[in-house]
Write a protein that binds this ligand. Structure first.
Ligand code: PEP
Length: 251
């Protein structure tokens, strides 16, 4: 199928400025082989982190953006402003959906604004434990996918990566089994095929939720899992580089 793996680190609201620069520099010093690499630092360190990885193939992104490019939105992040510093943005992370109350409608509007600003989007979906136990994981995630992506222009699709992140696996130390990650990724790809078959074939679908150096290789070996979105294990250079090493034997 030929999809290049993407390993992305979501630093969330962690690291001092000095720590962020040191971590980005350490990762940039070990050029990835065979995988694309992205880092999502706290927005206030985007400029410093971008400088630290300059000249390396590592891409930087913001963890969130607003749905307008400018205006009276105190405290929000403009996609156009992000685009001056970084090429990527994460949209729809479960912490924003669940803690900040972001709706599918707002998330769709944010994707619209990010694409209009020229950003590439890593779009997150995933079900809670309650939804999974009720047997509704696939339909819930399918709804999230369709709410965000239905009706988009074909040329926009190549700037959207999907990350499947079951909420029950995030930060818990309990990753999905490779079989569950594969089943959900395949289900997402089937939903995407209903929107645009060619996009579904080439889109990268990442798995996120307690990925570490020990489980990354098996998760990413699944045919429909094309990379990882990594939280906790992206905060320590050795751990993140361990994941890169596990999935890219060239390192
Ligand atoms: C995340 O929040 O995107 C994530 C996957 O976190 P963790 O790796 O810590 O589970």
């Amino acid at each position: 199928v030929g999809r290049t793996p993407l390993i992305a680190g979501n630093w969330k609201m962690n690291l001092t400025r000095e720590q962020a620069i040191a971590l980005a520099s350490a990762i940039a010093a070990t050029p990835p082989s065979g995988s694309d690499v992205a880092l999502f630092p706290p927005a206030i360190w985007l400029t410093d982190t971008a400088a630290a990885v300059a000249g390396s193939p590592i891409k930087i992104g913001a963890q969130n953006c607003w749905s307008a490019q400018k205006g009276a939105f105190t405290g929000e992040l403009s996609p156009a402003m992000i685009a001056e510093i970084a090429p990527l943005v994460l949209i729809g992370h479960s912490e924003r959906r669940l803690i900040l109350g972001e709706s599918d409608e707002l998330i769709r509007a944010k994707i619209d604004a990010a694409l209009a600003a020229g950003l590439e989007v890593v779009f997150c979906v995933g079900e809670t434990l309650e939804t999974r136990q009720a047997g509704n994981a696939e339909s819930h995630v399918a709804n999230q996918v369709h709410a965000a992506l239905d009706g988009r222009a074909v040329e926009d699709f190549d700037r959207i990566t999907v990350a499947y992140e079951p909420v029950w696996a995030i930060g818990t130390g309990v990753a999905a089994t490779p079989a569950d990650a594969q089943e959900m990724s395949a289900s997402i790809r089937t939903e995407l095929a209903a929107i645009d078959a060619a996009y579904a074939d080439r889109v990268r679908i990442l798995y996120g939720g307690s990925v570490n150096a020990a489980n990354a290789a098996e998760l990413l070996a699944q045919p429909d899992v094309d990379g990882g979105l990594v939280g906790g294990a992206s905060l320590v250079a050795a751990d993140f580089l361990g994941i890169l090493g596990a999935v890219s034997p060239g390192i």
